[in-house]
Every structure is written in C-alpha cells, then in structure tokens.
Design a protein around this ligand. Structure first.
Ligand SMILES: [Zn+2]
Ligand SMILES: [Zn+2]
Length: 89
C-alpha cells in the first residue's frame, strides 16, 4: 500500500503536514484524516498546492494498493523482460 494523490500521484513525505481549521498541523495520514487536536475528521484531503495539484480528494482515494510489477519483481523474474534483438545493418 502506498499513499498518493489520486489526481496527480504526488506522494507526501512523512514530514509533510496539513493544517486543520483549529490551527493544528500534523501528518494527516498518521491519523487517517482525524485531527489529533480537535478530533475533526477530514473526509477530504488536499494535495500540496506547491508540489502537487492542490486539489481536494476523498481521503480514502489516497490509499492505493500496490498493483502491477515493481522493479524488484521484474528483476526476480528476468524472463518477463523482453528485449528486442538489435537490428543489424
Ligand atoms: Zn483540529
Ligand atoms: Zn495532486
């Protein structure tokens, strides 16, 4: 599982923080969108307006299952890699 903006795939660093309407700042994915200071549950989460797209998306949509092949999985199964024969001439 990884966390990324569903619109632009920006992946927040652990040091990135969000600001609640109460003024508290914290990493919202540590608490599944719940402000630890006032208890407000944020059902939508804003992407970084500086690094990402700045759009608000449903908090649940930020959680992604790992799908497809990782580089490690491909390297563990070299037969998956199909290299075209070099064209001579
Ligand atoms: Zn709060
Ligand atoms: Zn985004």
């Amino acid at each position: 599982m990884y966390i990324a903006c569903p619109r632009c795939d920006w992946r927040p660093a652990p040091s990135h923080v969000w600001r609640c309407s109460c003024g508290h700042t914290w990493h919202t994915f540590d608490t599944h969108g719940v402000c630890p200071a006032c208890g407000r549950a944020w059902t939508v989460t804003q992407c970084s307006p500086i690094i990402g797209c700045g759009a608000w998306s449903d908090h649940e949509e930020w959680y992604h299952d790992d799908e497809g092949l990782t580089v490690e999985a491909v390297l563990a199964n070299p037969q998956r890699i199909q290299v075209d024969s070099p064209v001579s001439g």
